[in-house]
Design a protein around this ligand. Structure first.
Ligand code: SF4
Length: 423
């Protein structure tokens, strides 16, 4: 039985067990092991370090009982929206859409951070901290006293400092997580094994501008050890790793295999509260074409299910030129065919692809995606998800969503909108 303590209007549960597997479900589910404090309106969830993790409301003073706020290790708050009447699942593959407080190219989702009820939820969290500070912890059972002490140590300044430390360890903000990280609600530990990318395309807003460079094994191990210390007691709530940066696939089989296994050991993923470990990485057209069967065989043997996301962007010459992406249509077609072949052959790997999406692109762009995702396939496939990534000038939201719905009907692969999220 979960032990709880009642103090005035607060119910305090020092150690609560949530679900142990990420599930796509149409009501809010909390994962892992955490501390919970709730009052009449809000439920506050704290991770094992005492850091605020989610705020969830109900009734008066909240927007929708099915929606919640979640804080990332990078100290961003994300509002998980049920998507109103427009059906989040069809557009994003998830029942909840992460709405972010910083500019993204997401065509889907609303700026909830301007809503007074979200502001009220943050104010309620600060009032909670003031109230907890007045409680005499000496009179509480051990676990509850320790939870309150941990929470009170995690002041706003400390959370901001920890985010700085987190970014310093990995070498900067993760400007974009792979879209497939949605499968674990973006709960990934990021490790950078290489910096920069091969193309430095003109259109890209997330590139570093640096040329591609692999990190040494010592640097990578040091990064993992420091991340383990950073996550501390909460590391048991993670079972998934993002191997960055923009083209980890180009680092080759040996380094990917080694880094993934090191992460599995160092982060003690076998002992995680969460089942089904997952590994996420980005790749490029050239790294996919260069990768041989030995690489995919090695990845398929890892103790993870692996998702590799490739930026194909278009199947059209005029669009490539507009995007200033130094690739040919032939290479993109070959990469698409290889993606499908790998997905057929390796049961623990899914290669997914991104395409840009916007109103100012040449008329030949949209048919070129369908040429790959419909004409090149003779039947519908369940693996090989396509993510459409809206550019800044996506135009009217309604028109974009209608066009996306029409695309989805014709496409022979699962297709969703890419929700750009940083860490
Ligand atoms: S789209 Fe990919 S390859 Fe091109 S600049 Fe951005 S990160 Fe680099």
């Amino acid at each position: 039985m979960t032990h709880q303590i009642i103090i005035d209007d607060l119910i305090i549960i020092p150690e609560k067990k949530g679900a142990d597997a990420y599930t796509k479900i149409s009501y809010p589910l909390r994962y892992g092991v955490y501390g919970e404090i709730r009052n009449r309106i809000y439920t506050f969830q704290f991770n094992s370090n005492g850091e605020i993790k989610t705020i969830h409301g109900k009734g008066e003073g909240w927007l929708d009982a099915a929606e919640w706020l979640k804080r990332t290790p990078g100290n961003d708050w994300v509002y998980f929206s049920a998507g109103g009447y427009t059906g989040a699942y069809d557009f994003t593959g998830e029942y909840y859409v992460p709405c972010l407080p910083y500019p993204t190219n997401a065509v889907y989702g609303i700026d909830q951070f301007k809503e007074s009820n979200v502001k009220k939820a943050f104010a309620a969290y600060h009032r909670l901290r003031e109230k907890l500070a007045r409680i005499n912890t000496a009179a509480l059972p051990e676990k509850a006293a320790r939870l309150l002490e941990r929470i009170l140590q995690m002041t706003s300044e400390r959370l901001a400092d920890r985010a700085k430390k987190f970014h310093e360890i990995i070498g900067g903000v993760v400007t974009v997580l792979p879209p497939d990280a949605r499968h674990v609600e973006y709960d990934v530990i990021p490790i950078n094994i290489a910096d920069g990318c091969l193309y430095n395309c003109g259109f890209c807003r997330v590139k570093t501008g640096r040329s591609y460079r692999v990190r040494t094994r010592d640097q990578i191990t040091d990064q993992m050890q420091r991340l383990k210390t950073f996550y501390g007691a909460d590391i048991g709530n993670y079972n998934s790793v993002f191997i960055g940066q923009h083209d980890a696939l180009f680092a080759g089989a040996d380094l990917i295999d080694w880094a993934a296994r090191q992460a599995f050991e160092i982060f003690e993923i076998a002992a995680s509260h969460m089942k089904t470990p997952r590994l996420f990485l980005f790749g490029s057209v050239d790294s996919l074409l260069k990768a041989d069967d030995a690489l995919f065989t090695a990845i398929n043997r890892l103790p993870f299910e692996t998702y590799i996301n490739i930026g194909l962007e278009t199947g059209d010459k005029a669009t490539l030129s507009m995007l200033q992406k130094p690739l040919t249509v032939e290479k993109i077609q070959a990469a698409f065919d290889k993606m499908m072949a790998v997905n057929r052959k390796f049961d623990k790997i899914e290669i997914t692809a991104n395409f840009v999406w916007g109103q100012g692109l040449p008329d030949t762009h949209f048919p070129s995606i369908l040429d790959l995702a419909r004409n090149r396939l003779d039947h519908v496939h369940g693996k090989g998800t396509l993510y459409l990534s809206p550019l800044e000038d996506f135009g009217s939201k309604q028109e974009m969503l209608a066009r996306f719905a029409a695309f989805k009907m014709q496409c022979r692969l699962p297709a969703y909108i890419y929700l750009i999220q940083r860490l």
